[in-house]
Design a protein around this ligand. Structure first.
Ligand code: ADP
Length: 363
């Protein structure tokens, strides 16, 4: 298997009827506003949908054409790819698309034009690459501990793979780290292979802000389009129990995302927000050319020194964009009209079509 050939993608794109472009995605994650936004920008819309998941797409009337599949991962099947190309589709990736299609297949044999930078998806999926990108971009991230015996403050321990924070834990000493690991091994929550790959980082005591950026490669500008904060189970439930009872209940906190709140930051933090976004875009240009392209998200914690500390990055549309399917305070400031992340993507594609430089933003 070789990498998807860029010339082949550009050939396919050249063969498309630009007056009849379809915006397509997988029916999951942050696709509702992608489809709605595409409609608002005048595009035909299509969704690849697992049987049984079609109801929201039908009831919200955001889809012109359904491509029904037995399983989400079938989006990479040859017949589905053919159908997408026959509709002049540009596919918008999101977290579920990458998870179900599989990074290898997206990189190697998904021969349908996609919006964004295909190569950067691996950089958010692999913790070491993600860290390299953030460090080399000069962004403040939590300190990493190479060895449990170095633990000198409260740390958060994470295991490999995106598992929605399940099984993550907090420890304040080397002893506590080993006690918790042993107890998790005994309960079969983790295996020895997980322990070998455990990632230990400084626990940041602060408030959560996930910042949704859009990098317009056509305008060379980083836009801040919205922010959300995570609602996580059971940590947010545990916090509703008075401290003296928390000990008695003996619940182990977990960080499984269950929803998102829209949020705004105090105004004085916004210069940092733009600075971090600009730095990441500059870093990505050097490390993963052509760099960021379209939506990306930085998950941050703001501590009481008012530092914005980034603990996670998505190099594509993040699920928290669902908090502004219409508009956010920030997207309103910039556009003065309804502007979801989905609509912003379609607007960029529309500009690419009218200026005849789609090749800059399609991968
Ligand atoms: P996943 O990628 O598996 O969803 P995250 O890295 O996003 O996991 O972490 C899940 C949650 O854990 C975050 O939303 C946040 O509440 C908390 N968290 C993650 N890293 C830290 C940290 N360094 N300090 C404090 N809390 C953290």
């Amino acid at each position: 298997m070789g990498k998807v050939n860029r010339d082949e993608i550009l050939n396919i794109l050249n063969g498309y009827n630009k007056d009849e472009i379809t915006i397509a995605t997988l029916a999951s994650h942050s696709s509702l506003h992608m489809l709605k936004g595409a409609q608002e920008e005048g595009f035909h819309t299509a969704v690849v949908c697992e049987k049984g998941r079609e109801v929201p797409y039908q009831r919200f009337r955001v889809v012109d054409d359904f491509i029904m599949v037995d399983e989400f991962k079938d989006i990479v099947n040859d017949e589905v790819q053919d159908e997408l190309r026959n509709m002049n589709s540009i596919v918008i990736p999101h977290g579920s698309f990458v998870a179900y299609a599989g990074l290898d297949r997206v990189e190697n044999d998904f021969n349908v034009p996609m919006f964004g930078n295909r190569d950067i998806l691996r950089w958010e999926a692999e913790r070491d690459l993600e860290r390299k990108l953030m460090v080399e971009s000069g962004i403040r991230i939590p300190q990493k501990y190479g060895d449990p015996s170095d633990i000198d403050r409260t740390v958060m321990v994470k295991f490999p793979g995106a598992r929605g924070g399940r099984g993550y834990f907090v420890a304040s000493s080397t002893e506590e780290y080993h006690e918790k690991i042993d107890s998790m091994l005994k309960r079969n929550w983790i295996g020895e292979e997980d322990v070998a790959l455990a990632h230990i980082e400084e626990y940041v005591s602060g408030c959560n802000y996930c910042i949704h950026y859009f990098y317009s490669a056509l305008n060379d500008e980083v836009e801040v389009l919205g922010m959300d904060s995570r609602y996580e189970s059971n940590i947010d439930g545990v916090c509703r129990i008075p401290a003296k009872d928390q000990l008695d209940v003996g619940l182990d906190p977990s960080y499984v995302i269950t929803g998102n709140h829209p949020v705004v930051m105090r105004e004085s933090l916004l210069p940092q927000v733009f600075d971090i976004g600009d730095k990441l875009v500059d870093g990505a240009k050097k490390l993963v050319p052509p760099g960021m392209n379209g939506p990306f998200c930085l998950q941050t914690l703001v501590n009481d020194d008012l530092e914005v500390i980034v603990f996670e990055m998505s190099a594509r549309s993040d699920g928290g964009t669902n908090t502004f399917m219409d508009v956010s305070p920030y997207s309103y400031l910039l556009f003065g009209e309804f502007m979801s992340m989905g609509r912003r993507i379609s607007r960029e594609i529309k500009t690419g079509i009218s200026e005849d430089n789609l090749d800059v933003i399609i991968t």
